[in-house]
Design a protein. Sequence first.
Lengths: 452, 250
Amino acid sequence: MARLAPIDETAAGPADSGADWLTGWRNGPADGPDASPDWLGAARADAAGRFAGRGLPDRRVEDWRYTNLAHLTGLELDWSPAPADVAKESLPALVFGREAECRLVLVNGQVRPTLSTVPALPGGTVLISLADALASGHPGVADLLRQRVAVDGGALKALNDSWLEDGYVLIVPDGVTVDMPIEILSVGTGGALPPAYQPRNLIVAGAGSRVTVVEHHVGLCIGGYFANLVTDVAAGAEAIVRHCKVQDESREAVHIALLDAALDSGAMFDSFCFTLGGRISRNELRVSLDAPGAHCRLNGAYLAGGRQHCDHTTSVDHVAPETHSEQLYKGVLDDRARAVFQGKVTVRPDAQKVEGHQMSRALLLSETAEVNTKPELLIHADDVQCSHGATAGDLDGEALFYLRSRGVPEGQARQLLVEAFLNEAIDAVALAGMRLPLERNVARWMAERPRP
Amino acid sequence: MLEVENLHATVDGRGILNGLDLAVGPGEVHAVMGPNGSGKSTLSYVLSGRDGYEVTEGSVRFRGADLLALEPEERAAAGLFLAFQYPVEIPGVTNMTFLKHAVNGLRVQRGEEELDAMQFLKLVRQKAKALGMSDDMLKRAVNVGFSGGEKKRNEILQMAVLEPAFAVLDETDSGLDIDALKIVADGVNALRGPGRSMLVITHYQRLLDYIVPDRVHVLAGGRIAQSGGKELALRLESEGYAAFADKAAA
Ligand SMILES: Nc1ncnc2c1ncn2[C@@H]1O[C@H](COP(=O)(O)OP(=O)(O)O)[C@@H](O)[C@H]1O
Ligand SMILES: [Mg+2]
């Protein structure tokens, strides 16, 4: 079985000179370009060209200054992994023991109907695989996808654009409220070679609709894999889309995710990302507030230990006046872990009466842990309220002593304070049933972390 | 119960306590008075084991054990409690959670069984009620957004729930109006008993009208400059600490 090479931080950047890690990619997706509509083959080829011309981003690319993907170039990846055996009974344990009301399961990026539980959804709501949507020529899907694929959004997006084979597609018609959370379970599992997979997901929320998506990304193997995900979100006027993501990939996995949301007037996008897993991970959110009243809230909590590297990058574009954004990211780093938070807030000219707030807080439990924070405010209007802030530090010594003086043993006191720190971000998860499991995860992480 | 002998302590390399002697017997309440900056809080922190307060000489025995060799949580398990002059805020941890960890932390250290949720709730409700504290305050984060008086009352609640054998109250009276002062004093007096001792640190005589001490000590120049009965507190109130400042300098 192939083993992942240790990460070499000093390895040089671009790997577009015929490195083997891309050999399988060059063959393209298994269905072949001919099996699909014309536009798709052309779009893939165009994107492949964009990626090949640029290669993996290195430190010279501003957006990727702190996150180095050179690790990938040392891998021999299986870009078209055969469907792996996964038992349906093993799934609830991967999602905090929750029984599924509505669960779509992907294994190595491919939707697996036999593992999924998808009931009839209200008001004509559709939850299907991208493969099916493309095969059936679903008009809404093709239009949105063509438009989004044409956008040049960086190398990793181009890599995903070049694939477009499978993923999940959720379409909620105008005015429809979907009460039950739509759960997406993405399982990564190794084979003879570490798999590479690139699902493309779409969430289309019609005007006045309401929907909640809960994504779990978990590893069923101890080895590595490369997941390169892109999710496109379009929220119509007054729509409310809640997106909650738990990233608990294998500790050797590379997980790169981009979510790109466009919001119409009065729409609300509420995102929460909980990051636990992965050797190298990046969760990038790009939100475009296109019409007055659009509002987004981006929250995140992360726990990283060992040599984990986790990156949260956001870019909020206040295109229209009277749009709001707020962001809170909190993380706990131990051992030699590294975290990155990059938050860009743009206010376009004439986008008056905008509010944009951003805060990043990191707790460093060891002297070798590190966080890089890069806030960026690009404000081109004058009647705006924007703020950003960042803190990084140790636990509050006074609080620790206060607890200990009351009889709480030191380890337990530390755990309590770490939980309290993260809970501020977790409490913001409006989603019933998610708070407790997340808090338990924090407790487990603290209990299991190696002590010096 | 508590025997402090020739205690010397430094903060940031500066000598604050310079040969302090103090003995408090079981069931006794002693008051420590002294001017601002004389080292009263330093004494309370040295007793409870706070980092940064270094003992350079002397000893402290507590119920027969070498107190200074113990970790802060072990001191608590041995029965020591400090009501902080400036109670600490802990965002994200509710009063209830805090108390639960404290109660069970002590019980586990003492080899006792943890209280279950029902037993714990009953205990805390009963103590809170006696101190006129609402359920709402129990659900709020520890001391966050509490007024000065509420913070002090919260310290007394913790003391009432944990029932320490020896309580050090560091200026628990400062910043309290007369009604709050009475509630706090009632809480303290309710705990008084033959097996329980207290060290009441205060700047003003006023508190001692409600918590009547067995002995009064004046801390000046880093040591106990004078000791006496409760009448000493009254004398200090009228004469001030000027005499001790001279003495300390001499
Ligand atoms: N954490 C500290 N860092 C530096 N100096 C301190 C600290 N704590 C106390 N001190 C100093 O020690 C002396 C005694 O302070 P303290 O014990 O608080 O006195 P009191 O409680 O009697 O007012 C003061 O001069 C004070 O400035
Ligand atoms: Mg003081």
